[in-house]
Every structure is written in C-alpha cells, then in structure tokens.
Write a protein that binds this ligand. Sequence first.
Ligand SMILES: [Zn+2]
Ligand SMILES: [Zn+2]
Length: 256
Amino acid sequence: MKKIDYHIHGSFSYDSQVAYNQLIEKAISLHYSSIAFTEHLDLLPQELGVIGLNSLTHYITQITTLRTTYSDIEILCGLEVGDFHQVQAIANSLLDMYPMDIVLGSVHFLSDHTNVAVPLAAKLSNNQLTDYYRQNLKLVTECKIDVLAHLGVFSRYYSEQVVDSEHYPIIRDIFQAMIDKGIALEINYSAYRKMLQELIPSRELMDYYSELGGRLISIGSDSHQLKHFDDHYCEIEKQIDFSRFDLIAPTAKKYF
Ligand SMILES: [Zn+2]
Ligand SMILES: [Zn+2]
C-alpha cells in the first residue's frame, strides 16, 4: 500500500518546529510516495492579531525549491484553512492568487469561541457538539476544500470516544455534501499523542461514511514535530480496510 501523509505542519506554521528538509528525508527513508505540507492559514481576527500572516509567495518558493532537491518523493504544497466558512472572502481571494495542491478545511472554533483543537477545560456540552457539527456542515457545503480535516478533533482530549448517535442526522448531511462535492474524509492519528488512543473520526463515523457511499479518504499525522511524523501510521495500516476506501490523489502544480 502506498504511504502518504497529507497533513503536516512545517516551519511556516507558528506552532511547528519541523524543518522541511528533515521531514522530507525522514519520509523518503520510510518509503512514503507522497506528502503534503499543510501550513496553517488562520484568518479570524483574533488569530491574525496574534499570529500574523506568512508570505505565501515565500512558502510556495520554498516548496518549489525542495521539489527540485528531492525528486524521489512527491511533495505537495498545501494549506490547512482554519474555520474557512467564517473567513470566506479573504480565504477565497488568497487561494485564487496562490492556488494550492491541496486545501484542508478544519473547524477550530465554536460559535462561543471555544477552541476545540487544544486541551479542553471541560467536555463539550450537547449544544456545543451540535454547534461543532453545524460548523462542519457549513464548511463542507460552502467552501472549496479537498479534505475535511480532523472531524471530531475535540475527542482527542477525552479518554474515550464520544457516542455521536444523536448527531447522526447532521453528520449524514456533512457526509452527503462531501460525497456530492468529492471532498475526502481525513483519517487523523494525532489523538494517539493526546488522551484518546484512537483514530479520528471514530470507527462508527468511518463506517457511517462508508455506508452512505463515501469512499474518498486522506491520511494525516497532523505533525508539528519531526518525531510525530509516522509515529502511529501503523494504526492506519491495522485499522483501515483499503478495499472500502480510495486514497485522495492530488497532483503537484507547477508554480513557476
Ligand atoms: Zn487543525
Ligand atoms: Zn493541523
């Protein structure tokens, strides 16, 4: 089975210490055929005010140079757009000007400003869970993304998976919109580094996606450190039935 990782944060992400060349060399040594750097593009005012915005020209130039240095592996230039549905005008114009090989969409903030991608002070309430799935539905319905990243990310900070059965109607709408638009479901193994020792989304949700006719998946380590890359890839190989799913296969653009 070909090895890919389409969710990696490198040195352009404020919260990552990963040097591009070290990551690429590790990926080659572990026989990956294709990887994507997916730097954060966080455009909510409270994020821009703290983190600022990197030069996308500089980012693309760096990845383009790396591709000529390392020809044994496909290197994709991508972004993880945080809360895309809330910042559509600016995100769309940036992506028109700087087209990416792969765009991940993720929900990080609830309507009440809770960040669900960091350790949580308390478990999400039922209303917050409903809000979380509504945000994901808006994201997949309204935004031009290739992959829905880390669905159920909040559960990384729980000791066991949440049973989502009462949210199945809205989750069905999310999956149906993804299937209609050709958006891949990311299987993310970052929860093995946190509290939850499971893949996200949960097995139940993966089965539900499959039952509804969803086949397209992506794989993401969500690495922010070199040691995170590949650290639990074996769980993907153990748990994912690749006869039921197809791996997303974006092609690298020629930027210059
Ligand atoms: Zn994220
Ligand atoms: Zn990420």
